[in-house]
Ligand binder design. Structure first.
Ligand SMILES: C[S@@+](CC[C@H](N)C(=O)[O-])C[C@H]1O[C@@H](n2cnc3c(N)ncnc32)[C@H](O)[C@@H]1O
Ligand SMILES: Nc1nc2[nH]cc(C(=O)O)c2c(=O)[nH]1
Ligand code: SF4
Ligand SMILES: [Mg+2]
Length: 211
């Protein structure tokens, strides 16, 4: 398995339950719901993506021929020696197009707790320590259990209540970052207050100016 990675960087997890926790981000190239090219956005399944995941040309990105090479690159981004409490967030693009069981195992051997941010359309490999699923309107959701369900809100025609029967430890609304971010944030706050199964997830890195 060759892994195509857009970028690898060290920062604070900005979103969800681990918000504020230092993490290496491993952003895999490619997604099954959008090509990543602006010319295709209007006809993509997922049209609101805030991320450049095309190619392997970002900081720390590249083509890694083995799980060990991938883990070497992730490990190189961690700031201290010693294997205690290391944390990697595998994202993308859609990480589950590439992340496999042996990669997860190899990251574990290097001391990393492995978190994944996924659109929920691909079955995850075993061993993931923190699975965050972010369903997209118009894409089939095949992952029905995990740690965190993080719904970008609003999405046309979808009431978040539709996900409440699924097997997740927490349910979060993340305001859609588009030209209506302020209104979307107010709407997400109102929804959480009226439906307390749901908590707010802010993209804190966008407010803090971190990556
Ligand atoms: C770029 S995606 C990559 C991982 C995976 N493809 C997914 O969609 O979950 C990372 C997270 O950002 C969220 N996201 C993407 N664009 C967003 C936007 N414009 N506003 C708010 N959240 C967004 C996604 O829903 C997901 O939770
Ligand atoms: N700081 C920071 N936190 C994040 N949490 C999820 C992200 C993502 O793009 O998947 C992300 C990101 O891009 N930056
Ligand atoms: S599924 Fe995730 S990576 Fe793919 S286009 Fe949507 S937000 Fe971006
Ligand atoms: Mg992001």
């Amino acid at each position: 398995m060759t892994y195509l990675v857009k970028e690898i960087f060290y920062t604070l997890q900005g979103e969800g339950a681990h918000s504020g926790r230092p993490a290496v981000f491993c952003r895999f190239s490619r997604c099954n719901l959008w090509t990543g090219h602006e010319k295709d956005r209007a006809r993509a399944v997922c049209r609101f993506c805030d991320t450049d995941f095309v190619g392997i040309d970002g900081p720390g990105g590249g083509r890694f021929a083995t799980p060990a090479e991938l883990a070497d690159a992730v490990e190189a981004a961690w700031p201290t020696l010693g294997k205690a409490r290391r944390f990697v967030v595998c994202t993308g693009g859609e990480p589950l197009l590439q992340l496999d069981e042996v990669a997860v195992q190899t990251l574990h051997e290097r001391g990393f707790e492995v978190a994944v941010e996924t659109n929920g359309t691909r079955v995850p490999p075993p061993g993931i320590d923190w699975l965050c699923v972010s369903p997209k309107v118009g894409a089939e959701l095949v992952v029905e259990s995990g740690d965190e369900l993080k719904f970008v809100y609003p999405q046309e025609g979808v009431n978040p209540a539709r996900f409440e029967h699924l097997d997740f430890r927490s349910f979060r609304l993340q305001p859609l970052d588009d030209h209506n971010l302020d209104d979307n944030t107010k709407a997400a706050i109102s929804y959480c207050l009226a439906n307390p199964r749901w908590s707010l997830s802010l993209q804190t890195h966008k407010y803090l100016g971190t990556r």
